[in-house]
Design a protein around this ligand. Structure first.
Ligand SMILES: Cc1cc2nc3c(=O)[nH]c(=O)nc-3n(C[C@H](O)[C@H](O)[C@H](O)COP(=O)(O)OP(=O)(O)OC[C@H]3O[C@@H](n4cnc5c(N)ncnc54)[C@H](O)[C@@H]3O)c2cc1C
Length: 220
């Protein structure tokens, strides 16, 4: 049975972003995926990488990547990191679900990447990157909402093109770790659209997650 991990970061369970996430999860389950959801606000996730990520941190000058490599070898990640890492390593499909904040991931989700995409476990130090990365052959995609309408994202728009806005996530995090990156699923400006348009968007989320095999690839 294929396995999916959805890492969701929105502080409001009744948000449209959360509705998109539930639609995606249900659609994947209907296709036979075992779906795990890391709901970062609900589980009290901490964003800050630090000594607390390790059960036996070295004293003195703190070197995050050296600590991660050692923890990957010795299995000494703190329980919250170890639990997320186990889900990540077991997932064939990785989905980040979030509202676009400052052209990027909410801090909690960025902190999930800082702490869980750990050197020696998810990349580097013998694990590899890009086309030799740990997650080669697995897929990842972004599922998010925006404040700006679709017209606010384009070559002539002030915000620029979404591919440019998202490059640091698509390439710097997902492709860097080896994933095949699928085109994002975007709910543009749910605050400003009608109930009908929001219902239609949930339909587009369903269709996107029913047809992942046909989805355009950003990388990979
Ligand atoms: C710090 C910060 C930075 C930001 N930076 C950016 C940025 O860089 N670029 C940008 O474009 N935007 C930005 N925004 C705006 C942000 O992306 C949007 O406010 C957010 O994505 C909207 O999605 P939501 O899920 O939070 O909307 P919500 O307000 O939760 O939902 C919108 C509406 O949908 C309704 N709804 C909920 N569930 C359902 C359902 N199942 N069916 C139908 N309707 C439903 C809700 O009741 C609500 O009326 C930023 C916001 C913040 C706070």
């Amino acid at each position: 049975m294929p396995r999916a991990l959805i890492v969701h970061a929105h502080p409001e369970p009744g948000s449209f972003c959360a509705a998109q996430m539930r639609e995606a999860a249900g659609t994947l389950q209907a296709q036979g995926y075992e779906v795990q959801i890391s709901d970062l606000y609900a589980q009290g996730w901490s964003a800050g990488l630090g000594r607390g990520d390790f059960t036996h941190p070295q004293g003195g000058h703190f070197k995050p990547q050296a600590e991660q490599v050692r923890a990957a070898q010795d299995h000494t990640f703190a329980p919250d990191v170890a639990a997320e890492l186990e889900k990540l390593l077991g997932a064939d499909l990785l989905v980040f679900s979030f509202p676009l904040w400052w052209f990027s991931l909410p801090a909690l989700l960025k902190g999930w990447v800082d702490r869980v995409f750990a050197m020696g476990a998810a990349y580097g130090a013998g694990v590899g990157t890009y086309d030799k990365g740990r997650f080669v052959g697995r897929r990842a995609l972004l599922l998010f909402t925006t404040g700006g309408p679709e017209s606010a994202y384009g070559p002539q728009a002030d915000n620029g093109e979404l591919e440019t806005v998202l490059f640091h996530v698509h390439n710097g995090m997902l492709r860097f770790a080896g994933y095949t990156v699928l085109a994002p699923v975007v709910g543009f400006s749910p605050v400003r659209v009608s109930d009908d348009e929001r219902a239609a968007q949930l339909g587009r989320v369903r269709e996107a997650f029913q047809t992942l095999d046909q989805r355009t690839k950003v990388f990979g």
